[in-house]
Design a protein around this ligand. Structure first.
Ligand SMILES: Cc1ncc(COP(=O)(O)O)c(C=O)c1O
Length: 377
């Protein structure tokens, strides 16, 4: 049996008729831009997440940029985030002109440690950018309280955590802005790139919507559509970071399958937990009042590289998501952080190993991986 890490073609073929129908609907409508699919997806996604406002974007990275710009963050400001995450977090902060301030993580959740974040607050801090790593929500209760205490924004990077819950509530309406990714390997994967910001603040949503769309409102653009209007009306500087009509139509199809996808991921995680229980490996678990979204199943052990090599020899693919940490990446060398700067994140990054998990896999493939892991120890 083979265990592919991803299988985009297989998942497409399983939903081919519905996907092809959505693509044909857009192409035959002639509306490739500013059409009805994006607002329809935003309404459906908002209803699913439980968020009053959804601003779709061109990617998760774009969503982070749009969120920070919408909050008015810029040169002279500081944003606190974690080192063990995607480059998108530090890049989005630096894109605004603000400075990245890293805070170390909690070893169990592998998300931002609220005490470390509190210690990193300065008079220049404007936001906390917490990451729900691998689908495990950050400690949103403590971080919300910290942000409120200092009058700063809480931005949540939920690019890996669509469908996760905190205190019984789906993430997407707890932070001031929650950012999602619709990259192909995510819970809700486009056939290209996509992302979204959700918020309960209508004024902030309006600002983010304009920033993502040339600094211009959809209403104004539509009023000039087809050459009828005479005036451009750019209210702010803007990016071209919108979701496109084709991706929105595809995501509307896939949204209908999201509950089933999440349930399948959860069952696979439970199967790994049972199959690896006696191994002595550090297994991922739900930390705090959360429901994990299981985007990744990431174990930890001291001999990570040896285990990875032996699994590769047995034909089992693995990955090392978000390692090495950001403060040790060449792009940030000028900031001067060496090994030992964020010891908890560094230890996790040196020990972590991602196992295959996802809707393309059957439970007997999960069993095969668990068996191979046991044999490789
Ligand atoms: C934690 C995190 N944030 C942001 C992103 C960026 O999302 P995108 O690839 O859609 O730009 C990713 C992508 O994997 C991610 O894992």
């Amino acid at each position: 049996m083979s265990v592919p890490f991803y299988d985009h073609a297989g998942l497409y073929l399983a939903a081919k008729d519905r996907i092809d129908g959505a693509i044909a609907r857009v192409l035959t409508s002639g509306r490739l831009d500013w059409g009805p699919e994006v607002p329809a997806f935003e309404a459906e996604f908002g209803a699913w997440v439980g968020a009053p406002q959804v601003v779709t974007c061109g990617s998760g990275t774009a969503a982070l940029k749009v969120a920070l710009l919408g909050l008015g963050i810029g040169p002279g400001d500081e944003v606190i985030t974690v080192p063990n995450t995607d480059i998108a977090c530090s890049s989005a902060i630096r894109f605004t002109g603000a400075s990245v301030v890293w805070a170390d993580i909690d070893p169990a959740s592998r998300c931002m440690c609220p005490e470390a974040a509190a210690a990193a607050v300065t008079p220049r801090t404007r936001a906390i950018l917490a990451v729900d790593l691998y689908g495990q929500p950050a400690d949103l209760g403590a971080l919300r309280a910290l942000a409120d205490r200092h009058g700063i924004a809480l931005v949540e990077d939920a690019c890996l955590a669509l469908g996760a819950e905190f205190e019984g509530r789906r993430i997407g309406s707890i932070a001031d802005v929650t950012c999602f990714s619709f990259a192909p390997t995510k819970h809700l994967g486009a056939y290209g790139s996509g992302g979204a910001c959700t918020t309960g603040d209508a004024a902030l949503a309006g600002r983010m919507r304009r920033i993502a769309a040339y600094g211009q409102s959809r209403e104004h653009h539509l009023s000039t559509f087809g050459g009828n209007g005479s005036m451009l009306n750019h209210e702010t500087d803007g990016l071209n970071e919108r979701l496109d009509e084709l991706q929105a139509a595809i995501l509307r199809v896939k949204l209908a399958d999201l509950d089933a996808t999440l349930a399948r991921r959860r069952t696979q995680a439970e199967r790994y937990a049972a199959g690896l229980a006696e191994t002595g490996l550090d297994l991922p678990r739900e930390v705090g009042p959360v429901r994990h979204a299981w985007r990744n199943y990431v174990i930890e052990c001291d001999d990570r590289d040896g285990l990875r090599t032996r699994l590769a020899e047995a034909g089992i693919p693995t990955n090392t998501p978000y390692a090495p940490p950001m403060h040790l990446q060449p792009v940030h060398a000028a900031l001067g952080f060496g090994p030992g700067s964020f010891p908890v994140a560094e230890r996790s990054c040196a020990r972590l190993l991602g196992l295959p998990l996802g809707p393309h896999l059957e439970l007997d493939q999960i069993d095969e991986v668990a068996h191979a892991v046991r044999a490789a120890l």
